[in-house]
Design a protein around this ligand. Structure first.
Ligand code: GLY
Length: 423
């Protein structure tokens, strides 16, 4: 199987590494990829959002499967263009990707499917912001109503901070989504979905705030771990039966059946799971931990999803133990990050079997120097017999990487190790 992966982050690096472990995958390509991906796949400088160029590349490399990582090409219909060209694609149509691209569509689907989610209102007029804020909070959840890679979200008990963020978004011409606050620990459950067939992967937990102890602004994700020792098996079953399956069925009913990865982001409160958001693709950085434990051939699972035969393949098998992703971010991230700094100590030669360095925002200068090229620069994924060991391995490895001004959280998965998460 010849596979083309679209995207350029650590999630796509993890997809490429997992695909490389599948003996059926005979050739790997990536567009545009990054310096780490280039060590395992032929990379091509194609814009993921340029549908015609992606189709032309998939045709040129004779791809049997295209795997689309990020949400923007999906929302723009790149998967549709590939299907029209007869090329199997892992990723939903633009119509189904609205589950992430349009908050109003997602809320409507959830209401029709009887799924618990936060009450919300969209504000697009600054004159209505104050009255709307009075109907919410405390705590206030203020989101950019468009695709904002997690960074458009402010969750705060401070009304003036909520107002400031809402006013700033409106000033930039972005409608604001206000949501009631959902209490309880968050879970990311990724499911392979092919119409009404739903196959869950391991549940994971993201760490969205930039600082230890969940302090500071939201980011695209500073780390993740899987599995979740505090999450009862019956809660996972309830999420699949009461949340993901009804939503998948509702999308089929609307003629927008989902094919790809449906990501349910949930808060597990006293009344049970409630949906924070749906995404139409693998989550980042949870995927990096989840795929580190996958023991089944990933190419087969993704190809079956893409070709409507998911119900016929064996469910995924998992390695025992745990995996932890720690994100190394550039100075000033999640503000405007400092770019172009030399990185040392990230070489794969230095990675052991139990700690892998994945590239997120990197590039290689002509002289061969690896430099930072994004806010989230590298990820380290540690694998161990349990969460504590996986953490130790990830943190030992990340400590050996040098990037001036960089920072990372030191408490990824720590609350779970210390038994501080309860549902
Ligand atoms: N883990 C957050 C996201 O992928 O959107």
């Amino acid at each position: 199987m010849r596979v083309l992966v679209i995207g350029s982050g650590a999630r796509e690096h993890a997809l490429v590494l997992a695909l490389r472990r599948d003996p059926a995958v005979t050739a790997l390509f990536a567009a545009p990829g990054n310096a780490g991906i280039a060590q395992h796949a032929q990379v091509r400088p194609v814009d993921p959002c340029a549908a015609e160029d992606v189709v032309a590349l998939a045709t040129e490399v004779d791809a049997d499967l295209v795997v689309i990582g990020p949400e923007v090409p999906l929302v723009l219909g790149v998967a549709d263009a590939l299907r029209v060209a007869g090329i199997p694609c892992f990723g939903p149509s633009a119509a189904a990707a609205r589950i992430e691209g349009s908050k109003a569509f997602a809320k409507d689907v959830m209401a029709a499917a009887g799924v618990r989610t936060a009450h919300s209102e969209v504000v697009d007029n600054p004159a209505e912001l104050d009255d709307a804020l009075d109907r919410f909070g405390p705590t206030w959840v203020v989101k950019d109503d468009g695709l904002a890679a997690g960074k458009g979200v402010v969750v705060t008990a401070d009304r003036s901070a909520a107002r400031e963020h809402g006013a700033e978004l409106l000033e930039q011409g972005h409608p604001v989504l206000l949501e009631s606050f959902l209490d309880g620990p968050e879970v990311s459950l990724f499911c392979l979905v092919d119409g009404e067939t739903v196959v869950p992967l391991l549940p994971a937990q993201d760490h969205k705030r930039v600082g230890d102890g969940d302090t500071g602004p939201n980011t695209g994700g500073m780390g993740a771990y899987t599995p979740l020792p505090w999450l009862p098996e019956e809660t996972v079953t309830a999420i699949i039966e009461d949340v993901v399956q009804p939503v998948a069925a509702e999308l089929v009913r609307r003629g927008s059946g989902f094919s790809g990865l449906l990501y349910a982001g949930l808060a597990i409160g006293a009344a049970g799971p409630a949906v924070v958001e749906f995404n139409c693709r693998f989550g980042d950085p949870e995927t990096q931990a989840v795929l580190a434990l996958l023991d089944s051939p990933l190419g087969e699972l993704l190809h079956a999803t893409a070709t409507g035969t998911l119900a016929q393949v064996e469910p995924p098998r998992w390695r025992d133990g745990a995996a932890v992703t720690v994100v190394l971010a550039a100075e000033n991230y999640p503000g405007r990050p400092r770019l172009g700094d030399a990185i040392s100590g990230a070489g794969e030669g230095a990675s052991g079997e139990n700690a892998t360095v994945l590239h997120a925002g990197t590039t290689q200068r002509e002289d061969g120097t690896l430099v930072s090229a994004g806010g989230r620069v590298l990820n380290v994924v540690g694998v161990g017999a349990d969460l504590a060991e996986a953490r130790t391995r990830a943190y030992e490895r990340i400590a050996a990487i040098k990037l001036p001004g960089s920072h990372y959280r030191t408490d990824i998965g720590l609350a779970a190790v210390e038994g501080r998460i309860e549902v």
